[in-house]
Design a protein around this ligand. Sequence first.
Ligand code: URA
Length: 203
Amino acid sequence: IREQLQAVPQPASWNLLNAGLSACTRCPLHGPATQVVPGHGPHDAPLMIVGEQPGDQEDLAGTPFVGPAGQLFDQLAARAGLDRGQAYVTNAVKHFKFKEGAKRRMHVNPNTSEVSHCKFWLDSERTLLKPRLTLALGATAMGALTGNAKGVTARRGTIEQTPHGPVLITLHPSALLRMPPADRPAAEDAFVADLMLAAETLA
Ligand code: URA
């Protein structure tokens, strides 16, 4: 199956990519999700930002990073002098994976099969966009972008070269949201420092 999926040619335009995405049945996640959440932002952006997968609010809106993690990202990016509006923002996995909780739908991490099936779309986005720099938010994005999902804490703040260009690794903003309040300020400062490295690299 892997050979067959790899044999499918990548879409040659953004229109074809988005049409293919909205009809995607490569993995089972399209079933329960409300809709696919495609990447968002200028198609000539120098910076590509990659998260894990849409959350509850993104699944409803059809746009990446509009919920709490996205709002925290925007605040910290502003501190680093990075404007998300100038970036192409997407996720390693394009459908929300969840289980029903008592009050709301609860996020479930995508598994390696889901990530590798969706990598066809991520690779296609990288081919079309040709970003000067890609920012990996968290281990799932890091794994999909570099081929190695292990050791995000040691690798964060570094830039790794890949066939699709340099990838700057940092934590996922949701990891900051989950931290005990006492640990948040230092963790946010470290995140801002990573984003400043992105801003400097692009300057
Ligand atoms: N978390 C992500 O990784 N991506 C989103 O789009 C929203 C939350």
